[in-house]
Design a protein around this ligand. Structure first.
Ligand code: CA
Length: 454
């Protein structure tokens, strides 16, 4: 729910979607002399920053070097200007119904937060391979903790399932993905972060709207300003909701009269359920499953915009590993084919519940991890095919170079912005076909090298 563009837009859901619009951020979390890592497409969750996430960090965690304007002052205008901005915003907030004393108490002593500005301006260079991301997201520790919580909250989860029609293991999985079950919620003042971004951010209008929504939350009495903590971009609490999402979807399920996604696991779980319900969750349906493809397969069908029934995919030669059958009742469900690391890696047929997960966080790797985690709680969710670990993801500069080269060879890749969207994917497929390679639309070092030498 942060705000830079994803570097992969597999599903058409990459477009903003109304009240559920979330923003994306690649955030460089760690840098070492040997390995540079980032969260991949999609917002980094608070839980992404955990040390146990199989991140081979050998140096102190650090935010990526931001693009800093000359002068080295981060382009911050004077404090006077911030005070002026605050005065203007106060007028607007009061006109929107915010109580003046609440506003003044909340904004007392608030100054711009430099760490927020640095994070907002960071342009991570390196992408983390999907298999490394999954290793971290699906750690044995997280699986065990989730299993324990499924037991601990069994009665609550039964009630939430009945109310919202979302499977309990999915709820606990999203809880684990977003905040490591509430233990990593982010510890920055949401008001200060959003005020900083509304005053001096890349998407001021968005932050401005979120800040107003945050004040409304305070005015409703759900939380105090001091306890309204979250990520640098204003993703809050155990669910990592941005304020507008909170206002629309957070629920009080423990009945104390407050929608407490910070301190109440019951409210957090029900709020996640509400989000998934309105995102189209289909109770009892599989999210998808791993598949294997015949050697002669037309890989250009692996495109989020191409959907066929599971039965049609089977007719095209798609098989489940180890001779397994498709989940009962899924033959007529609509599915797309996902190849997260291209044709050399594992493949998945993905159904409606995958798309619901994708709405929670606009990243196919996130959706895959959340759904696999929900299966790991029962010991399932293992991937049988090997990842192509010799095919490291292109970094941002390489992706931009690839786009430039594609366009110069008359495969229109759109703007060379480092984001592998629909246009770039199409251009990659055309180039792959010209080389006589499988046209999976996946950007590889081999393709970049091939175009450099053409
Ligand atoms: Ca409550």
């Amino acid at each position: 729910m942060l705000w830079s563009k994803p570097d992969s837009c597999f599903l058409d859901l990459c477009k903003p979607f109304g009240i559920f619009r979330r923003w994306h951020q690649h955030q460089l979390l760690a840098a070492s002399s040997l390995i540079l890592l980032v969260a991949f497409a999609g917002k980094p969750t608070a839980a992404d920053a955990q040390p146990f996430q199989a991140v081979p960090v050998t140096t102190t965690l650090a935010i990526a070097a931001p693009v800093v304007p000359s002068g080295g002052n981060l382009g911050i205008q004077s404090t006077q200007n911030f005070e002026q901005w605050k005065a203007d915003f106060r007028k607007e907030a009061l006109a929107a119904g915010v109580n003046p004393s609440l506003f003044d108490r909340t904004f007392a002593g608030i100054t711009p937060d430099m760490s927020v500005i640095r994070a907002d301006r960071s342009q991570p260079e390196f992408s983390r391979p999907v298999w490394e991301y999954l290793d971290g997201a699906l750690s044995a520790l997280r699986v065990r903790r989730g299993q324990m919580l499924l037991n601990q909250y069994a009665d609550t989860l039964t009630a939430i399932e009945q109310r919202y029609g979302v499977d309990r293991r999915a709820l606990v999985a999203f809880w684990g993905m977003e905040s490591n079950f509430g233990s990593f919620q982010g510890n920055q003042s949401v008001i200060r972060s959003l005020a900083t971004l509304a005053y001096e951010g890349r998407r001021r209008g968005f932050a401005h709207a979120q800040l107003l929504a945050a004040l409304q939350i305070l005015q409703q009495g759900d939380i105090t300003p001091e306890k309204m903590l979250g990520s640098w971009a204003g993703a809050m609490g155990q669910t990592q909701f941005i304020p507008t999402t909170y206002n629309t979807l957070a629920v009080d399920f423990d009945g104390d009269g407050r929608r407490d996604i910070w301190g109440s696991p019951i409210d957090a779980l029900a709020s996640i359920a509400h989000y998934l319900q309105v995102s189209g969750w289909q109770k009892g349906q599989p999210w998808g499953f791993e598949v294997q493809l015949p050697n002669t397969f037309n890989y250009s069908l692996a495109d989020g915009e191409i959907r066929k029934s599971v039965a049609e995919w089977i007719q095209l030669g798609v098989k489940l590993p180890n001779g397994a059958s498709v989940p009962p009742g899924s033959e007529q469900l609509s599915a797309a084919l996902l190849l997260p690391a291209g044709y050399r890696g594992p493949g998945f047929l993905i159904l409606d519940n995958f798309r619901a997960a994708f709405k929670y966080n606009n990243s196919s790797s996130y959706a895959l991890a959340a759904n696999l985690l929900s299966e790991r709680f029962t010991g399932a969710g293992q991937i049988t095919s090997e990842w192509p670990k010799d095919d490291l993801p292109l970094n941002r500069s390489e992706r931009m170079e690839l786009q430039t080269l594609l366009s110069s060879h008359n495969y229109d890749a759109g703007n060379a912005d480092g984001i592998i969207g629909t246009n770039t994917r199409k251009a990659i497929r055309a180039a792959q076909q010209s080389f006589g390679w499988p046209a999976d639309g996946y950007p590889t070092p081999k393709l970049l090298e091939g175009l450099r030498n053409r």
